[in-house]
Design a protein around this ligand. Structure first.
Ligand SMILES: *Cc1c(COP(=O)(O)O)cnc(C)c1O
Length: 361
């Protein structure tokens, strides 16, 4: 008997979970130099007051952050007008989503979500080994809530509603949402992903917090990455019934919300007016850019978010033309291009490229 490594051993690699083997490796996106209009980020840098809070927190990098995120959770709860037991923060809304999946998934359980929608959903479902039930969007880019309700079975543990939907920008209205929720069993959690809530101006779109206040099986997901401009710091939160929140909190990895991030969120809440002023500019630009695109003859859904969805089978061609012009946008092959609303200059550059592309065809 020998401990020596044989040639045969070196040819065998460690066994991985089948769920991991089945996942494609995420390709590097359309990186490169250019104006970033592919990830729905805020086009503006951090406010001085937020930057200062991060600097101060950075002098404490040798210490662990608050494990329980007590202060930041309390401040968010106060700001939302709910109890601290109704809020749980996590490492980005994506991190919170993974916590939700960890909290509800059982082997062989189902998760229902619209498709096309946020790209993280299928990956997180696969990691949790939940069976994905992806229900195609309606022709207009909205959720097909009838089909989603019809897909519910006793195995369904989780339903995702993305309001407004990424990448189409199309919202779900209050009446259709409440008719849908009436069809969801009380023991099945509905996660209302409101990552773009601050950009919604359509009065018929419900505030998820009001919905969740009346329905314990509805929880709201929001983020500081978009309107609050903190994408790099990774903070999102879930608001809902305290029993749901408590379960989701158990699924959080210790210290996953870092100290500078907690400080930046607290400072951002104090600077809310300034940050929401920026949102107003983005909304004006969104509506201006959409009108111009419609005039050029593109099919563009009405968006309640900080991006627009141009439906075109030649998405890759258009994205390449944008890249050649120094703009990074997101192409979904054969479906459309999602462009984030950026500065007026960048938006104008995008309009110029679209016009030229249209004319050349
Ligand atoms: C951007 C986005 C998120 C989350 O972002 P985080 O940076 O992880 O907070 C969540 N849901 C949707 C639909 C998004 O577009």
């Amino acid at each position: 008997m020998s401990d020596a490594i044989t040639a045969e051993d070196t040819m065998t690699t460690p066994r991985m979970r089948a769920a991991i083997e089945a996942l494609p490796e995420r390709k590097a996106g359309a990186q490169g130099v250019g104006q970033r209009m592919a990830a729905n980020e805020s086009p503006e840098g951090p406010l001085p007051s937020v930057l200062e809070a991060v600097h101060t927190a950075a002098t404490e990098l040798n210490h662990y952050p608050d494990y329980h995120c007590t202060e930041v959770t309390g401040e968010i709860a106060k700001w939302l007008g709910v109890g601290a037991d109704n809020v749980v923060v996590g490492a980005g809304a994506v991190g919170v989503t993974q916590m939700v999946f960890s909290a509800v998934s059982e082997p062989g359980s189902d998760v229902i979500y619209p498709w096309r929608s946020f790209e993280a959903y299928p990956t997180i479902a696969a990691l949790a080994e939940m069976r994905p039930v992806a229900v195609p969007l309606r022709e207009d880019g909205g959720h097909d809530l009838d089909e989603m309700a019809a897909a519910i079975t006793p195995r369904t543990r989780l339903i995702l509603v993305c309001n407004p939907n990424n990448p189409t920008g199309v919202p779900v209205h209050a009446d259709e949402l409440s008719a849908f929720l009436d069809r969801v069993p009380a023991d099945c959690l509905v996660l209302l992903d409101e990552a773009y809530r601050e950009y919604v101006r359509d009065p018929d779109v419900p505030d998820g917090l009001h919905v969740a206040a009346r329905r314990p099986n509805v929880a709201v997901l929001r983020t500081f990455s978009k309107a609050y401009g903190l994408a790099a710091l990774r903070v999102g939160y879930l608001a809902g019934d305290e029993r749901v929140v408590s379960a989701v909190r158990k699924a959080r990895l210790g210290f996953s919300v870092n100290g500078p991030a907690q400080a930046a969120v607290i400072a951002s809440l104090l600077a809310e007016d300034e940050l929401l002023g920026r949102v107003e500019h983005t909304i004006k630009e969104r509506d201006r850019v959409r009108s111009a695109l419609l005039e050029q003859g593109w099919r563009v859904a009405r968006s309640e978010a900080n991006f627009l969805w141009l439906r075109t089978p030649d998405a890759v061609g258009l994205a390449k033309a944008c890249a050649a012009g120094g703009l990074l946008v997101r192409a979904f092959d054969g479906e459309g291009v999602r462009v984030s609303i950026a500065t007026p200059q960048a938006n104008d550059a995008f309009l110029g490229i679209c016009a030229a592309y249209r004319d050349a065809r």
